[in-house]
Design a protein around this ligand. Sequence first.
Ligand code: SF4
Ligand code: SF4
Length: 448
Amino acid sequence: METDLRNKEVFNTEACTLCGDCFHKCPELNLPLDLAKEEIANLINGKTDGHVLAHCTTCFSCNHYCPHDCKPYQLILERWNDLYNKRGAPPIYRFVCPTMESNIWQMLDALMEPEEMEWTRDWISREPKGDVLLIGNYVHLLPFVVGKSRLLDLITPIDLIDHWECGAYLYQGGYLDVVKSIAEKCRADFNKWDVKTVIPMIDAVHWMMTSVIPNEMNVNLGIEIENFHQWFLDKIDAGDIELTKNLGLKVTVHDNCYSKGGGDPYWDRPRRLLELAGCEIIEMEHIREDALCCGFGAGASWVRPIAILYDIMAVAKKKFEEAEATGAEAMVSYCGGCLYLLWTAKVLFESKIDVYHLVEIQRMAMGETINYPEDHYKRAWDLIAIITYHSIMSLWGKPFMIDEGSLNNYPLAPRKFLLLKALRKLLDISIVQTLFKKGFQIMVPLLK
Ligand code: SF4
Ligand code: SF4
């Protein structure tokens, strides 16, 4: 059926004047204009060996710079999809594949606190019904952000790990054919359940469900979708959520890549929530359509598998330098995907600026107590242990394809991960932590 085909013509070749503005203004690459023109022409002609595909952080900004709304970002994704079909995904990518063995969620189960396990098991085991809050893959890594909150008395939380955030992070890596399969799986599942409205906790999934899935994947999910931050604001307006404390914090806001899909409403709502909590916002040099990546997106443009983690951390370092330059006490992320990466980078680079999830700020303003920063420090070292363990295992791995069979391989049986646990114990020793951080700080500029 025609409607079932993925839309491969999102980039508007006819309207493109080859002006090069998109990559020239790119906040991450800032290519000289001549090179920017050459790169766009090469991408249109199907070339996959240029500078953009090797260094883009998949930040979405270039779509905002195109005067003709050609969508150069989608052209990049299409070429990465070509590369994926040619060379596969890098071995290290397995760890974000929730339906494959030794993924980050399976490994984290071996390290989580019993209370966290209770929350996540409860969210996963509920059959989605009526109006639901979709916790999602990345907030799942930091369940303490929302686990104990009264917010969960207002809406039923569910967790759909095998929906891969509705394909959001695969989309950014250019795994477009896989995203199409995931969109169809999501549609089949939602049709099977008695779901009315889904409120995804991150804007990335909201954008996937409201824009990418229907328009680029030609899949109608058949459900209502509501924005989490708008839901929050509406609950405050209706008096269902009371903000009783004025926090008086000076904060700076990290705008994530997907927020650039939705634009002003996605950028304004979190800022409004921060103001209502009594925060003073000091903006970074690059915000909104110009915002710099948290680092996570730098993994999409891999060339050498061995350097992926260092490329990611080099980009995260830039973000911290910009956040610290504001003089704010804290950086606030409204995306759980960015937050775990930012906390890992904060620990490794020993940044002094606090890093919060927007929900943690709201909870403090609601008078709730959060175990900050202890929960984040512990989780950051858990994730550092997992990433280190997985990177070592990946040294012997080969590029791979995410096939239909592996998409449905869920749930996976729990495993003990004894070596990972031993490594995690080692990383609790202060001198080991110090050596690890120093080693990492030396390696990033060398390997990036
Ligand atoms: S997605 Fe971002 S990093 Fe990539 S080319 Fe566009 S503006 Fe630059
Ligand atoms: S995509 Fe837009 S900004 Fe980029 S070269 Fe074409 S017309 Fe210019």
